[in-house]
Design a protein around this ligand. Structure first.
Ligand code: DSN
Length: 419
């Protein structure tokens, strides 16, 4: 265990025990949820620091509270590193997470009632891209676009047609369950055709962009939003990148528009993660994330699994277990969890089942790649997944697989926990 939690242990053993138990769970499991990862010990230390004690509404050099000399330094470092990593004119590192980052981008660029167009949630979009129960559809007029029914991929001609029909003020690209490369230049073309702003949400692919294994939307999008965790391995938070012309509107949308004091401890963790992402090892990491995902996808398909879009180009894949094995995703993800392999159940495009009991399972490779898994381990995972799906209610068999998973995991340290 990397973290010294002695004071916590003495003062609040219940919370201490829960944290230690979670560390153990993260160490002993094969964590395939594509939005999760392991933050480094340095990131954990920065984000667990005394910076949590400080209020600092405003921005460096222009705050409403005294005593900001160290906070300004931390935030400036995070901002400059973000700009350098992504080649952006402007960065704001204060959003509390990805959803507030999207809310701030809308607030900056749109008027209430304007039309936004994002990919339908059930086909890979995000709640904040215009899902009917989210503020993005309550305050704005949301008209989603869709993936192609046959290929399950984006068809840019169809998106263009939808944009011409509905004339959105803003188009969102960037997804939570889309396993293919996004053509940001095409989206720019579509946005220009209808006079819309283009917002790219890179929460899932932030680390892949930095590692050079996914195109960067910064040259094309007016605004780019992201979480600071997921593939880039920072603490839970968010950031916004924008063209210089939108800088002031974005900053004002965060404060006073939407938020109060920034979470300075998180900003410090983000700055550290950005420094880590600038190192050559991070490029290798991002490349391996994609290699692992492609290899796992191939091995699963060889074993009869049906993958949405027929594979992956990025870090994630969605398996249509209802189609390949006639077993709904929730049954599969629960059985996998018992075997020590953690995924999430997920809708597939045009799913006829319900969100709480959908047809698919979503998996990805950012976390396992952080702990050093390579192609050989992907083959083991595919084999275990086949054994699980062939007999998902056989508790004995799941226990046996769990023991094998534990043995493999014990040989791979997890940053921030062991190693
Ligand atoms: N919860 C994130 C994910 O799992 O993709 C999206 O917000």
């Amino acid at each position: 265990m990397c973290q010294d939690l002695k004071a916590l242990q003495a003062e609040d053993p219940q919370i201490y025990n829960a944290i230690r138990a979670e560390e153990k769970r993260q160490f002993e499991a094969i964590r395939l949820i594509p939005s999760e990862n392991y933050a480094s010990q340095a990131v954990l230390e920065a984000s667990g620091s005394v910076l949590t004690n400080k209020y600092s509404e405003g921005y460096a050099g222009k705050r409403y509270y005294e005593g900001q000399e160290h906070i300004d330094e931390v935030e400036n470092l995070a901002v400059e590193r973000a700009k350098e990593l992504f080649g952006a004119d402007h960065a704001n590192v204060q959003p509390y997470s990805g959803s507030p980052a999207n809310a701030a981008a809308y607030y900056a660029l749109l008027e209430k009632g304007d039309t936004i167009m994002g990919l339908h949630l059930l086909e890979g979009g995000h709640l904040t891209h215009g899902w009917k129960y989210n503020m993005s559809a309550r305050f704005y007029n949301s008209v989603p676009y869709h993936v192609d029914k046959e290929t399950e991929m984006l068809d840019y001609d169809q998106v263009m047609e939808a944009a011409k029909e509905h004339k959105p003020n803003l188009i969102v690209c960037g997804y939570t369950a889309y396993p293919r490369i996004v053509d940001f230049a095409k989206f720019r073309e579509i946005a220009d055709e209808v006079g819309a702003y283009l917002l790219a949400d890179i929460s899932h692919i932030n680390g892949l962009i930095v590692g050079g294994v996914h195109p960067n939307p910064v040259p094309y999008a007016d605004v780019v939003t992201s979480t600071s965790h997921k593939a880039i391995r920072g603490p839970r938070g968010g950031f916004i990148l924008s063209k210089a012309e939108h800088a002031q509107a974005i900053d004002k949308a965060i404060i006073p528009g939407l938020q109060g004091g920034p979470h300075n401890h998180t900003t410090a963790g983000i700055a550290v993660a950005f420094k880590e992402a600038m190192q050559p090892e991070f490029k290798e990491y991002a490349q391996q994330v994609v290699k692992n995902a492609k290899h796992l996808a191939d091995k699963l398909m060889e074993r009869g699994f049906v993958l949405v879009t027929g594979g992956t180009d990025n870090h994630l894949m969605v398996i249509n277990t209802a189609k390949s094995h006639d077993i709904p995703g929730k049954v599969v993800s629960e059985a996998l969890n018992k075997a020590g392999i953690v995924s999430n159940y997920n809708m597939v495009p045009f799913d006829e089942r319900s969100p709480m009991d959908p047809s698919g399972v979503r998996i990805g490779t950012p976390a396992v790649t952080t702990r050093g898994f390579k192609e050989a381990e992907m083959e083991k995972i595919a084999e275990w997944m086949e054994r699980v799906i062939k007999d998902p209610h056989n508790e004995e068999s799941l226990k046996t697989i769990h023991a094998e998973v534990l043995e493999l995991c014990s040989g791979f340290p997890c940053p921030g926990i062991e190693g």
